[in-house]
Design a protein around this ligand. Sequence first.
Ligand SMILES: Nc1ncnc2c1ncn2[C@@H]1O[C@H](COP(=O)(O)OP(=O)(O)OP(=O)(O)O)[C@@H](O)[C@H]1O
Length: 270
Amino acid sequence: MDLEKNDAHIVVAGVSKVFATGGGREVVALQDIGLAIPRGQFVCLLGPSGCGKSTLLNAVAGFALPSTGTITADGQPVTAPGPERGMVFQEYALFPWMTVEDNIAFGLEIKGQPKAAIRATVDKLLAMLSLADFRQRYPKDLSGGMRQRVAIARVLALDSPIMLMDEPFGALDALTRRNLQDELLRIWSELKKTIIFVTHSIEEAIYLADRIVVMTYRPGTIKRDILVDLPRLRDPAGADFNALKRELGQLVMEEQQRHHHDELRLAAVD
Ligand SMILES: Nc1ncnc2c1ncn2[C@@H]1O[C@H](COP(=O)(O)OP(=O)(O)OP(=O)(O)O)[C@@H](O)[C@H]1O
């Protein structure tokens, strides 16, 4: 384990996060989370609403630091957002007044890169994400799937070795979602990123991940940490896929029920 930790790209150690919710009440969103993520691993955080997936991702991103515990990326403590950790949100965080190419170029311009280098990177990413015909469009004139391609290209432009993705495909229809999952797998295997990907969807987690971390509902802890060794591209209709889907379904259902009971209890108190 120590060897694994020394080699890990991201290390989360003893992380807890407590939110004060007013009236002296507290929510323990995360409790004693420990994870060592090797370079290049594709990790999915899976669990029902409220189990702390986004809280954990935001802590790794440096947006909201843990109450206790430490997170390191490449051996460096995470104390703020940084260029080595790119984030893709569910809601496409694009600038509506900028074209596709300007959205992708934005981070590079901030970094002060020369114009020719920016142009070369943008062209490469437009081709990689099949956006070349859309470079002059504005976000409002794009479908949800296309917008999310631009959001991914924007993070890739910064060349972050770590990609943090918070339900990035949650708002897309099934077909577009599968297309983007396939694109992401292709990009991941080509660029060798380390990815932490939050999802509610068991099928999405099995389709994408090397490793699935199932979380418990309040306090958010690690319920199960599963390595997925099914060959890629995975077949959602396959027997092994479905056996794992059933196993994970059971685990997630238990936590969903705890969520449900908690809501009933809180409603009774109010
Ligand atoms: N800023 C905050 N203040 C108070 N409580 C919070 C805050 N952010 C999150 N929480 C609580 O912490 C718990 C974990 O929330 P979090 O959003 O991380 O869960 P999640 O698993 O990502 O859920 P979802 O899938 O719905 O986004 C929830 O009970 C939530 O209500």
